[in-house]
Design a protein around this ligand. Structure first.
Ligand SMILES: [Mg+2]
Length: 145
């Protein structure tokens, strides 16, 4: 892997804060130190994304419209990497993971940073829970780790 497309809200930082936790800053620095390019890909608007990333100087795509491909294509173009060289990291099945899979990319689903969500995400979570239960029943939910 040469690149990571990482979600912002509840993946890199809590949805209701602009403070990136120290452990996540360290993760970003470790990726950079290994020559792995990072681009933030968020469905949130530019003002929000920019205020969270201002001091870090990480490239980003805001209003990405995940799970549509358009935002992923823009993010890959920013990094100058093909989809097969990148992985997507995010906390939502129906935006981050589905979008990644639509691009033929691998995805890592992470636990949300905080257990609350913004208004749009709450609606998604309702459907995500149902989808997850279905996948678990069918034995299609992957092992953690
Ligand atoms: Mg998120």
């Amino acid at each position: 892997m040469r690149g990571v497309l990482v979600d912002l809200d509840n993946t890199l930082l809590p949805w209701n804060s602009s403070e990136i936790p120290p452990a996540h800053r360290a993760w970003l620095e470790a990726a950079r130190a290994r020559g792995i390019s990072v681009c933030v890909i968020s469905n949130n608007h530019t003002t929000r994304v920019e205020s969270a990333l201002r001091e870090l100087g990480i490239p980003y795509v805001s209003s990405a419209r995940k799970p549509l491909r358009v935002g992923f294509v823009r993010a890959l173009r920013q990094l100058g990497l093909p989809p097969e060289a990148c992985i997507v990291v995010g906390d939502q099945l129906l935006t981050d993971v589905w979008g990644a899979h639509r691009m033929g990319m691998r995805a890592v689903l992470v636990r949300p940073v905080v257990s609350t969500d913004g208004p749009h995400t709450r609606v998604n979570r309702f459907f995500e829970r149902r989808l997850r239960r279905l996948l678990e029943r069918l034995g299609l939910w992957p092992e953690e780790g």
